[in-house]
Design a binder for this molecule. Structure first.
Ligand code: AMP
Length: 279
């Protein structure tokens, strides 16, 4: 496994391989867990060469504190990726990605407006810009993104279509801990009692699923089921709870079986956690 932090060096290595081998790319911000590794495994299955990037992208953080406290576990990350037989790990410094004078931004006009885009202004401009840069640097045949960040996955698919990027986007299932908590690098920041409270997200989404399976299911009833369950988790503060069409992210006025994305964002203490389910 080669660990490379220079754009030029990585490109030189990949250029040699590109004509003969397929390349799959998995962008991450490190703090790796089994959710990330499931993306790596899918990439390994689909392509000859796997490139993983670890870059805590400053431009996608709307809160300085969130950026400063983002978990960094690089040594452990590299160990995990080596075990997965990853070929290249790209670990650029911020200066390498954003040299002096940098001023270009990729902005998607609609998909970025609601959900995390509303409560984290500018977040998705930062995501789209860095992902396009990474695609241009790595030039992969395919790239894998997790459904944990559902809005991000749709946004990347849209950007690829809109800008005719020659990369196939694969969506990987959301991976959970045994007790249901969605795996997230931010879980490392939870205290023990907060970790217990964080179960409120997956438990309440499970209630959404149950409510949706009743013949008389409506959005109001599903919402009530989620909120009722969350009452048992008083430290979980809702940032948003929304019902959107799973393909377009349009707000739903009525429940649509199998097409309804229930998206939940919360704060547990200072830690922002998201989760979602399609019902
Ligand atoms: P991050 O390091 O949080 O930027 O995530 C890097 C990639 O891993 C993104 O495509 C995420 O959607 C994906 N990811 C993070 N957590 C999970 C999870 N629990 N299940 C599946 N994919 C995940």
């Amino acid at each position: 496994m080669q660990v490379i932090s220079s754009v030029k060096r990585l490109q030189a290595q990949l250029q040699k391989l590109k004509t003969k081998k397929t390349i799959a790319f998995v962008p991450t911000m490190g703090g790796l867990h089994d959710g990330h590794l499931s993306l790596v495994r899918l990439a390994k299955k689909k392509a000859d060469v796997v490139v993983v990037s670890i870059f805590v992208n400053p431009t996608q953080f709307d809160q300085a504190k969130d950026f400063q406290t983002y978990p960094i576990t690089i040594q452990n990350d590299l160990k995990l990726l080596k075990k997965e037989n990853v070929d290249f790990v790209f670990t650029p410094k911020a200066k390498e990605m954003y040299p002096e004078g940098f001023q270009t931004k990729v902005i998607l006009s609609e998909l970025t407006q609601g959900l995390c885009g509303f409560t984290r202004p500018g977040h998705f401009d930062g995501v789209a810009t860095v992902v396009l840069k990474l695609f241009n640097i790595v030039q992969p045949h395919m790239a894998v993104f997790g459904k944990k960040d559902y809005q991000q996955l749709l946004l990347i698919k849209r950007m690829v279509k809109d800008l005719n990027l020659p990369v196939q986007i694969l969506g990987a299932p959301l991976k959970r801990e045994k007790d249901g908590l969605a795996m997230s690098s931010r879980n490392l920041r939870l205290s023990k009692p907060q970790r217990q409270q964080a179960l409120g997200l997956s438990r309440s989404l499970k209630k959404a699923k149950e409510a949706s399976q009743k013949p008389s299911a409506t959005l109001v009833k599903i919402q009530r089921a989620v909120l009722k369950e969350l009452q048992s988790f008083p430290k979980v503060k809702i940032d948003y709870l929304e019902f959107r069409h799973k393909d377009t992210l349009q707000k739903l006025k009525a429940y649509q079986k199998g097409k309804t994305l229930v998206a939940l964002a919360t704060f547990v203490g200072p830690v922002r956690l998201i989760d979602n389910i399609i019902v």
